[in-house]
Design a protein around this ligand. Structure first.
Ligand SMILES: Cc1cc2nc3c(=O)[nH]c(=O)nc-3n(C[C@H](O)[C@H](O)[C@H](O)COP(=O)(O)OP(=O)(O)OC[C@H]3O[C@@H](n4cnc5c(N)ncnc54)[C@H](O)[C@@H]3O)c2cc1C
Length: 400
């Protein structure tokens, strides 16, 4: 595989999701030619709410995107934590101005489609990034002679394109992951997320602000405004054996209401509002596996998909993109070494956050004595100290 920068050839990025689009902008800022391929015919309005915590916002600020994103974002003053068994508010986590002052950047809730669109518009307005939709990256051929050849499938034919490196940003069900020997496949967690968004006017006034997190045995619920406060995002996370490789399977509302049958009436009323529910199976990819091989680097969910219990999946893909680009100045003379350095720099942090997500997957769904102990600790906790617990996650900036 190539050991040098090959200035004449582009870097190919597989996947124009959150990490791929951010990587295209970040690597272009270093002077590289970029070809960004996505297997989707169009990058449509799929998905629901995501968190952009201060660490992710610091990268988006560096790319000059915060102003464009602001009209679509919602900044909660608090995350309110509730017991769905008793209906009691257990604790509040201070967010809003407190986090912005502490870390220099906001904590935002945003619809994935709004984030993707803003990134995409910037990509389309940037010379030197060529976007190819309906192009699924399949393989990479390497020879002792430069350059590398990327094999992809467009709507009709199998094509190939020379490149100096391949970034696999193709999500949790990545194909490029197979090009990195020793990497494991995505692992199904046994949990499924039911999601819906509704106009904010359709929900009772008390649910139109802040982020709300409800705990119950074997399930939890999250709801918060998105789209600048114009819609409410509702996600119910339940233990279920169904799994499929899709973000948008049609879900049965009656099944959902049955799962939440012993929850407080006001929650059940909220769940009856959306006419349509969609669901996706929660999968993870161990961050411990290798992320790079020669001139191939995996970023985001392709490298280390995590359960959404620390709300850092999008944030980690955005951080990966920024750090990868830092290791890739235009005159980089040893891409494999640059990619290895990227992996070394990122691994501990991503494994740490993935570990918290796994831990939360258990504590959020406690029942009995464990739930009692968790709730007691929460009742005694101060709103600002709960927020400060995540200083190491939220305080990260691309300069670190
Ligand atoms: C359609 C969709 C909807 C989502 N909805 C939500 C949601 O509601 N809530 C949530 O928390 N997370 C959602 N996610 C996941 C979330 O975006 C990621 O967990 C996180 O942002 C990390 O992003 P990523 O860039 O690593 O991968 P993703 O944002 O998942 O992007 C991966 C991209 O790669 C493309 N792709 C896949 N295989 C290939 C290939 N072989 N060649 C070329 N392109 C390929 C996909 O079409 C996709 O655009 C969604 C992802 C997708 C793709």
């Amino acid at each position: 595989m190539s050991n040098n920068g090959e200035i004449g050839h582009p870097i190919i990025i597989a996947g124009a999701g959150i990490g791929g689009l951010t990587a295209a902008l970040s690597l272009r800022a270093q002077g590289h030619e970029i070809v960004l391929m996505d297997k989707a015919r169009q990058l449509s309005e799929v998905g629901a709410g995501l968190q952009l915590s201060p660490n992710a916002c610091s990268v988006l600020d560096q790319l000059g995107l915060l102003e464009d994103l602001a009209p679509y974002a919602y900044a909660p003053d608090f995350v309110k934590i509730w017991s769905a068994k008793s209906g009691e508010e257990l604790a509040r986590v201070t967010m809003g101005a407190f986090l912005k002052e502490r870390h220099g950047y906001p904590f935002w809730e945003i619809h994935r489609a709004d984030l993707q669109r803003v990134l995409l518009e910037r990509v389309q307005a940037t010379d030197g990034i060529s976007l190819r939709l309906s192009s699924e990256v399949l393989d990479l051929e390497a020879s002792p002679y430069d350059p590398l050849t990327c094999i992809f499938q467009d709507e009709e034919v199998t094509g190939n394109l020379h490149c100096k490196a391949l970034i696999g940003a193709d999500g949790v069900w990545s194909k490029t992951r197979r090009l990195v020997p020793g990497h494991e496949d995505a692992h199904f967690s046994g949990q499924v997320a039911y999601r819906a968004t509704v106009p904010i006017d359709a929900v009772p006034a008390r649910w139109r602000q802040d982020a709300n997190l409800w705990f119950h045995k074997s399930a939890h619920l999250v709801h918060y405004p998105v789209r600048g406060g114009r819609e409410l995002n509702i996600v119910g996370l339940v233990e279920e054996s169904w799994k499929d490789e899709t973000w948008s399977a049609k879900a049965n509302k009656e099944t959902l209401l049955k799962i939440f049958r012993d929850w407080p009436t006001e929650v059940r009323n909220l769940l009856t509002i959306p006419e349509t529910w969609l669901k996706w199976a929660l999968c993870s990819v161990s961050a411990a596996g290798p992320w790079t091989h020669g001139s191939i680097a995996l970023i985001g969910d392709a490298a280390h998909a995590m359960l959404p219990f620390m709300a850092q999946g999008a944030g980690m893909s955005i951080e990966d993109a920024a750090v990868l680009a830092q290791h890739m100045p235009q005159n980089v003379d040893n891409i494999p070494a640059a990619f290895r350095a990227f992996e070394r720099q990122r691994k501990d942090r991503v494994q740490h956050i993935q570990g918290i997500s796994f831990k939360n997957a258990r504590t959020f769904h406690y029942g009995g004595a464990m739930a009692f102990a968790r709730d007691t600790v929460l009742r005694l906790s101060k709103p600002e100290s709960l927020a400060a617990r995540f200083d190491d996650i939220y305080g990260w900036t691309p300069g670190q």
